[in-house]
Design a protein around this ligand. Structure first.
Ligand SMILES: C[S@@+](CC[C@H](N)C(=O)[O-])C[C@H]1O[C@@H](n2cnc3c(N)ncnc32)[C@H](O)[C@@H]1O
Length: 393
């Protein structure tokens, strides 16, 4: 749709949608306006940059009445760089925005009705800057950095340092820049610099969590939920860690379950998991698709003694995986998600709720802030098979 020229509009910001943009209403026709870098309760002036039938997108021109939660961004690129959405918000506000977004998505997309208390407070990251153990930058036409904020075509923004990256990562970025400027590295490529091997500029070997402090909190949380789910040690028959990577979660539960099965597509990650598990014969890692291995894994112990962890990529669970779970629902299902909209979709497909045909009941939802200052949200959902079902399969 062609963009009509609007005069700047005055907006009251009611909410912050998943993805980080504030929501206001156009004064003339009431359509939703999405505008970045604002906060709930603020009065702002914005300019419409793209018009759609039911909503418009706008650029922030001025904040006429700032919220008390507004803070000074730490990064000189904030507002242009596409990486961060919330450096203008104090940390407590970032956490509460993320909690509300998860609850709203579960209600709207997951069609879940639940007590608000089911969604716990967002677990904070121990570090809110300098936490990334690696970053990936793009190189093009002499610029080395990140792409700019949308909408529209994104330009490449040259970045000297990223304040979200750990100091060692920024040191590695300086070294990468020197090599790029000497013409040693080809143009038009992505380069990853990390704190474990600052001299390399390659893509990581396999999936690794990006924020070590927050990842430890995530692992502690998942461990606590898995143990709470089956309180008696004798009944901890089988832990299945699906999408296990190098066994990040399973390793912390090795001593607690009689049998552990990890399933992972990436063979290098599986080799690393197996190497770490050498002395533990009850721990097995299978290379391949979760959809292929899960049905058999679910038969290895009674459903009542089985805890299934799923930590899929952003696309969520394939329908064949949902079908495998529905065919033999383990008593406990812990879903770790990096993409709340697909999580909400999958909970609807898994028939979570209180209806007569519900497969699972929702015990808790815990958002976790793996990426402070950005719009990303991690969430852990604890589900229990509806009574009687698990033992009956
Ligand atoms: C979000 S990562 C989680 C890794 C691990 N749980 C961790 O915390 O380190 C998702 C993992 O799923 C793997 N994966 C993606 N699709 C898969 C599939 N269909 N079957 C098995 N593994 C898959 C990826 O290789 C990646 O290691």
């Amino acid at each position: 749709m062609p963009v009509r020229r609007f005069p700047p509009v005055r907006l009251s910001i009611d909410d912050i949608a998943f993805g980080g943009r504030g929501v206001g209403r156009l004064p003339d026709d009431g359509r939703a306006v999405f505008v970045p870098f604002v906060l709930p309760g603020e009065e702002v002036e914005a300019e419409v940059v793209a018009e759609h039938r039911r909503h418009v997108e706008a650029r922030l021109v001025a904040v006429t009445q700032p919220a008390s939660a507004r803070t000074e961004p730490r990064c000189p690129y904030f507002g242009r760089c596409g990486g961060c959405s919330y450096q203008h918000a104090d940390y407590a506000t970032q956490l509460s925005i993320k909690r509300k977004q998860v609850a709203d998505l579960l209600r709207r997309v997951g069609r879940l009705t639940f007590a608000d208390a089911t969604v716990r407070a967002t677990v904070p990251s121990p570090e809110i800057y300098g936490y990334r153990n690696r970053i990936t930058v793009h190189a093009r036409d002499g610029a080395l950095g990140f792409f700019t904020h949308g909408p529209g075509e994104r330009a490449l923004l040259d970045i000297e340092e990223c304040p979200l990256a750990a100091p060692a990562v920024n040191t590695a970025l300086h070294a990468l820049r020197a090599r790029y400027q000497r013409g040693v590295l080809p143009d038009g490529r992505n380069y990853t610099v990390s704190d474990d091997d600052p001299s390399s500029a390659d893509t990581p070997r396999f999936f690794r969590q990006t924020n070590d402090g927050a990842a430890s909190r995530l692992r502690e949380l998942v461990r606590a939920l898995a143990l709470e789910a089956v309180p008696t040690a004798a009944a901890r028959g089988h832990l299945i860690d699906a999408y296990c990577g190098d066994g990040f979660f399973a390793r912390s539960l090795t001593a607690d379950f009689q049998r552990i099965t990890g399933i992972e597509m990436d063979r290098r990650a599986v080799r690393a998991a197996q190497a770490a598990a050498l002395a533990a014969p009850h721990e097995k890692y299978l290379a391949g698709d979760v959809a292929a291995h899960l049905p058999a894994a679910l038969t290895l112990a009674a459903a009542a003694e089985t805890v299934l962890l799923v930590d899929p990529p952003a696309e969520g669970l394939h329908e064949t995986v949902i079908a495998a779970i529905a065919a033999r629902p383990p008593a406990t299902l812990i879903y770790i998600s990096c993409q709340p909209p697909t999580l909400a979709r999958d909970l609807a497909r898994l028939k979570v709720g209180h209806a007569a045909d519900s497969l699972y009941e929702l015990l808790s939802v815990t958002p976790l802030d793996m990426f402070p200052q950005t719009a990303e949200i991690e969430a852990v959902v604890h589900l229990r098979a509806r009574s009687g079902d698990a033992a009956g399969f």
